[in-house]
Design a binder for this molecule. Structure first.
Ligand code: DAH
Length: 339
């Protein structure tokens, strides 16, 4: 019997597991009420007197071996779980995770969204393939209106009512058709113009449209909103509102920002003036409100549209707009650190 116990001591000492169920099975086998140890203790009475001493010693050794083993493994498993909780998986590999970079247009677009979100503007979107009503007619540009020529439009050949939107102002109309004032929304998106491609203009680009409709809105509100935006975006707020014409606003203005002429790229982007036109703005024409079922005697508001590429070019000193669409990884990788 003593040999049998010694065998069990060997088994207990050699036992190893990382699994709680296996550990419990081991404990039951050796240490439970009906376990091996208790069985041997019960045999003690019948052991001849001259062997009792040795029998007692080996059975105690088995008890210690089994108990120490259980305690050791429990501690190990618990410490692992704790470490996991605090530090995550400590067994994971230390290989760095290669992350991609956001496109500079997305970075700037998200910044614009954040800046306007801080003063209560939500984000709205509309389709890139538009109909005549939303892109033109509802915006006070009826058929044959000469101002339609300002925007060289890509039409779908088989159906002149379907076109690629030339501006995100179309989302204004959609938003007003579906929401009642007060309205504070910005609509970022891609737009298309049938224009010659050069370092300063492209047939695809991005705009962010802004729309504010409420009671008693003034041009001063528009100007303050634009000042706030340029201050947040560029850290400076020297802007110029040049009187202009858009069919959907009255009065209308072009928004120029003074950037300065520190670098060659500044010269190139601003045509040597230090000023860059970043978009248009104005007080929403009452006809547009009417077209969207909003009573112009009760409500008024302002709207603006800014070009995302222009802003990104200034901020990141990109001298050629075509860089945005060529997907050259050497260009794109430079934006890894930006969020
Ligand atoms: N839609 C104009 C464009 O694409 C920009 C613009 C001008 C938007 C005045 C507006 C606005 O909302 O009020 O050139």
């Amino acid at each position: 019997m003593i040999d049998k116990i010694k065998e069990y001591i060997g088994e207990a000492e050699a036992f190893t597991t990382e699994n709680k169920e296996e550990l419990e099975a081991f404990r039951i086998k050796f240490l439970s009420k009906k376990g091996i140890l208790n069985e041997f203790f019960a045999e003690f009475k019948s052991v001849p007197n001259d062997q009792k001493k040795e029998f007692g010693q080996v059975i105690n050794a088995l008890k210690t071996a089994a108990e120490d083993k259980v305690k050791g493994i429990v501690e190990l498993l618990e410490s692992r779980e704790e470490a996991k909780g605090v530090f995550g998986d400590l067994t994971r590999s230390a290989e760095p995770v290669i992350i991609g970079s956001r496109h500079p247009i997305s970075i700037v677009k998200n910044q614009i969204i954040d800046i306007f979100a801080n003063i209560g503007f939500n984000v709205s979107e509309g389709p890139e393939i538009e109909d005549d009503w939303h892109n033109f007619t509802a915006l006070n540009l009826p058929e044959y209106h000469p101002a339609r020529d300002m925007q060289d439009t890509f039409f779908i050949q088989t159906n002149p009512d379907v076109l690629l939107r030339t501006h995100t102002s179309s989302v204004q109309v959609r938003y007003m058709e579906n929401n009642k004032p007060p309205i504070r929304t910005i609509s970022p998106g891609r737009v298309f113009r049938n224009e010659a491609i050069s370092s300063r203009s492209h047939c695809i680009f991005h705009q962010v449209e802004g729309l504010y409709i409420d009671k008693d809105v003034s041009f001063a509100d528009l100007k303050q909103t634009l000042l706030y935006f340029t201050k947040e975006m560029f850290g400076k707020s020297k802007i110029r509102l040049r009187p202009s014409y858009f069919p959907f606003t009255e009065p209308s203005a072009e928004i120029d920002i003074y950037w300065g002429l520190k670098t060659e790229t500044d010269y190139r982007i601003t045509k040597g003036t230090g000023w860059l036109e970043i978009g248009g703005c104005g007080m929403v024409d009452p006809n547009v409100l009417k077209n969207c079922d909003i009573n112009p005697d009760e409500y008024n508001g302002f709207a603006f549209g800014v070009g995302v590429e222009r802003i990104a070019m200034l901020l990141y000193q990109i001298g050629d707009i075509r860089m945005f669409y060529e997907n050259d990884v050497r260009f794109l990788e430079q934006f890894k650190a930006s969020i």
